[in-house]
Design a protein around this ligand. Structure first.
Ligand code: 0A1
Ligand code: ZN
Length: 849
């Protein structure tokens, strides 16, 4: 394969910067096609570096002038930046460059979205704004002046002078360039305020396009809750006079934690009962919290280099998960996080894109904002907390904040505070940061003379570049149940450190049933031979909500696999266990809904691969559908009762209890609609006054084959709301049908389809990639269509294209025909002239491994 992937950067090559920056002054004269950026930067030689090579990053910039200490200079310019002789003493650099935000479709650097100027600088976007040492270990104080006729002009920090045609901002806290932000446009704000624990008043604003001001209240409340929570739980206060959030429609990710000026994908901030589902509300609350929490874990303590990305992301995801658990239901949050982890991170860890939580090399850092860095990174923190205990965790965090405030830190720094707090040797634990792959833990049990023994064996399969793996420390939370279902051993933490290790429990009067990996205490795959009777027993009796749900899930997987592999009929005992769960009124309805949800088609495909089979996506779809039909038939009466009993009266509220009731009612509706031709769903559709009810009804109508009218009505009602129309697109692309590729092709011809908006592109192609039977249809039409569109998108937006390439990461699990067709598509993409470095790296990795 020809090498299109460009230069590889290695962690081991880290070298400190030659020059540090004390102060930056930036002046922006905004114009869509020709924005002028003037910079005045105070540099000083870094005493910790022997190098005096003066290099500034810069890409796609037109240099107008450059001056050092008042004297014009002529730097040498390459595609990556500039070099220039510089004094071995403090000096002032002044430069002016020109950029064209209106032509920036990559949405990195300074760009325009619906007439509004905005920036995205993480990870390496600042170099598209001006020449600068664009690396996170260079932290500086920024002062910004914006010149334009637009009414609202924002940047980081606190507001300074402003007047007609200009606004100034000053951020007193040193920060790396990736946290720089600028916004200018015709915006309106939803104001609020917060008084910190030490009595400081902070002005809060959510800025949106005119017309969206009615959708800001929930984000504002979420922000205040986050600020309070971080004070109460982590002792962290906000540190500026003002905190601004801005919603933009065109954004590659969810949101960005720029200091004092968070920029959000509008999908992650705008909320109203009519236009947002319960899941949207929960996600918005979590993302607002995530970005806010970054103020301490990311901004005040940042990363030394991009290999340390998990230092801020793993910790911040862990903190936002704790927050959601506190605001809502802890068990439900844990179970949904595990479903997500398995669906995205385990899948990544098991294929050609596998990489350690702290990668050791990359070509394009934007390709490493992954489920592994974020979600597995958060799991690693959860394990550390479990191993050292809550109290030591709290102490270690206090020490982390005290010791590293203002630093650009590393994973070594992070682990050192735990070592210093607890005296614990964390060298084996550190393997979680360096070894890729999901450990498999096999467990066997014996019962002899009143002694119960659990023997664990761990192993991690090879991953790209890492053939052999050493045993890790794996915290395994275990409880034991007696034959009558009572707990005879409460949760205890076993520390597995060897390849093979046994633990015994004595003093038991009868052979217990073990409940293993409680709370999903480690991100591993547990292999345990168990009977379905025992699984049903655990589903009925386990006191640990995660293991209780997991028992039901294992049961479902087993009966589905027997249907797939042996042509078995839907299992009566399984249906009985579901009926018992439905009848148990002591359970949280959200939990019941999770038990009723079957493993995804992708999960089943992976389960088949694990059993040495080649998955047939079409057949998996049919079998899963047959099981859903059987559930609808066997459980009709209790489902109907659950549906009726969980209608939420009164005006819509997004709180956890109301959302839980709707989750169960809508799960019941999906099943009931398989048998009534969609009558109940149509009735719900017609009376729905909120998006959760409306969308669930529309989806149920599609399942019932009776959704055409509702789809038209929905489009007519919501054609002017971009975020709601994304749902309309995505529901159709996700709906499995033999001609799914044709449906998707038709959707791309809809006047509202556009490649320029990442949300819209993902609504169609992201949903299609999740539609296993449609995307992997034997004709190969799905692969070709996806390939065509990724090639087109790459010219506009490399980042989003590269992320979408992961649709192909499981390709080696399929039959030879499908593999050939996918390989052809991947080769077609990688041979495109001028393909981006982002996409080239992704396709190269997917093909090579
Ligand atoms: N740091 C942000 C995520 C983010 C990363 C990269 C971006 O552009 C390439 C944008 C946002 C977060 O964790 O929320
Ligand atoms: Zn983050």
């Amino acid at each position: 394969m020809k090498d299109l992937t460009g230069k590889t950067i290695y962690l081991k090559d880290y070298a400190p910067p030659a020059y540090l920056v004390d102060e930056v002054h930036l002046t922006f004269a905004l114009a869509p096609e020709a924005t002028r950026v003037k910079s005045r930067i105070r540099f000083r030689p870094n005493p910790d570096s022997a190098s005096r090579d003066f290099f500034l990053h810069g890409e796609e910039l037109t240099l107008i002038s450059a001056v050092i200490d008042g004297a014009p200079v002529t730097p040498k310019i390459t595609e990556e930046g500039l070099t220039c002789p510089a004094p071995d003493a403090p000096f002032t650099w002044e430069a002016e460059v020109e950029i064209a935000p209106a032509r920036n479709t990559a949405l990195e650097g300074l760009y325009m979205s619906n007439g509004m100027y905005c920036t995205q600088c993480e990870a390496e976007g600042f170099r598209k704004i001006t020449y600068y040492p664009d690396r996170p270990d260079v932290m500086s104080v920024f002062t910004v002046r914006i010149e334009s006729d637009l009414p609202v002009m924002l940047s980081n920090g606190n507001p300074g002078d402003s007047g007609p045609g200009f606004a100034e901002w000053h951020d007193p806290w040193p920060k790396p360039a990736y946290l720089f932000a600028l916004v200018a446009g015709e915006l309106v704000n939803h104001p609020g305020s917060f008084t910190t624990n030490s009595g400081k008043d902070v002005e809060l604003n959510v800025w949106v396009r005119p017309g969206d001001e009615g959708k800001c209240a929930f984000a504002m409340e979420s922000l205040k809750k986050s600020m309070k929570w971080d004070e109460e739980v982590y002792g962290r206060e906000y540190d500026l006079d003002i905190f601004n959030i801005v919603a933009v429609d065109d954004f590659n990710m969810g949101a960005m934690e720029n200091k004092g000026l968070n920029i959000f994908n509008s999908a992650a901030v705008l909320a109203s009962p009519e236009t947002s589902t319960d899941a949207n509300f929960e996600r918005i609350e979590a993302i607002i919290a995530h970005e806010y929490f970054h103020n301490w874990t990311g901004n005040r303590i940042t990363c030394r280099d991009w290999f340390q990305l998990c230092l801020k992301e793993g910790l911040t995801v862990f903190r936002d998960a704790q927050f959601t658990a506190d605001m809502r239901s802890e068990p439900v949050k844990r179970i949904t996080d595990v479903i997500d982890l398995r669906g995205r991170q385990f899948r990544e860890d098991n294929g050609p894109l596998a990489h350690p939580v702290r990668p050791e090399s990359f070509v394009e850092i934007n390709n490493f904002y992954t489920a592994t860095v974020y979600e597995k990174g958060a799991e690693v923190i959860g394990m550390l907390k479990r191993l050292v205990g809550d109290e030591a965790y709290a102490k270690a965090l206090d020490l982390y904040f005290e010791r590293h405030d203002g630093d650009a830190a590393t994973i070594e720094d992070w682990l050192q505070v735990f070592k210093d707090t607890t005296g614990r040797d964390l060298s084996q634990f550190k393997l979680w940061y360096s070894q890729a792959g999901t450990p498999r833990v096999a467990v066997e049990e014996t019962w002899e003379d009143g002694t119960f023994t659990l023997t664990f064996r761990q192993s991690t399969p090879p991953t790209p570049g890492q053939p052999d793996k050493a045993p890790r420390v794996i915290p395994i939370a275990v409880g034991l149940l007696g034959p009558n279902g009572d707990e005879v051993q409460e949760t205890t933490l076993l520390e597995l450190t060897q390849a093979e290790q046994s633990f015994t429990f004595t003093g038991l009067s009868a052979r217990p049933v073990p409940s293993i990996l409680r709370g999903f205490s480690a991100p591993v795959i547990l292999d345990r031979q168990s009977s379905n009777a025992e699984r049903a027993f655990l589903l009925a009796h386990d006191t640990d909500p995660f293991c209780k749900w997991e028992a039901g899930r294992a049961l479902a997987r087993d009966v589905l696999l027997r249907m797939l592999n042996d042509g078995a009929a839907p299992d009566r005992d399984f249906l009985g266990a579901l009926a018992a769960t439905l009848a148990d009124e002591s359970l949280d309805p959200a939990f019941v809904a999770l038990v009723l949800a079957l493993p995804s088609e992708d999960d089943l495909a992976q389960a088949q691969v694990d059993a040495g089979r080649v998955p047939d996506p079409q057949r998996i779809h049919e079998v899963r559908e047959a099981m859903l039909d059987a559930m609808a038939e066997a459980l009709e009466a209790p489902l109907r009762r659950a549906y009726d009993a969980h209608q939420v009266p009164g005006p819509y509220s997004p709180d956890a209890d109301a959302a839980a009731a709707r989750a169960l009612a809508n799960t019941a509706l999906m099943l009931l609609s398989r048998r009534d031709g969609g009558a109940l769903a149509q009735a719900q559709y017609d009376r729905a006054d909120n998006m959760t009810q409306q969308l669930a009804a529309l989806s149920a109508l599609l399942t019932a084959g009776a959704g055409d009218d509702a789809l038209r009505a929905f489009e007519a009602q919501w054609k002017d709301d971009r975020l709601v129309m994304d749902k309309w697109f995505s529901l159709q692309a996700a709906h499995a049908a033999p001609d799914a590729a044709a449906t998707v092709a038709r959707l791309t011809e809809h006047p509202a389809f556009t490649m320029k908006n990442p949300n819209r592109f993902r609504a169609v192609f992201g949903a299609f990639a999740m539609n296993q039977a449609g995307f992997h249809h034997a004709s190969g039409d799905g692969y070709r269509l996806m390939g065509d569109w990724l090639i087109r998108l790459d010219r506009l937006n490399p980042q989003t294209t590269a992320r979408m390439c992961s649709a192909f990461q499981t390709w080696r699990r399929y039959d030879a025909d499908r593999q050939d067709m996918i390989r052809d598509t991947l080769r077609r993409i990688i041979s495109v002239d001028g393909l981006s470095r982002d996409t080239a790296e992704m396709i190269g990795r997917i093909l090579d491994a």
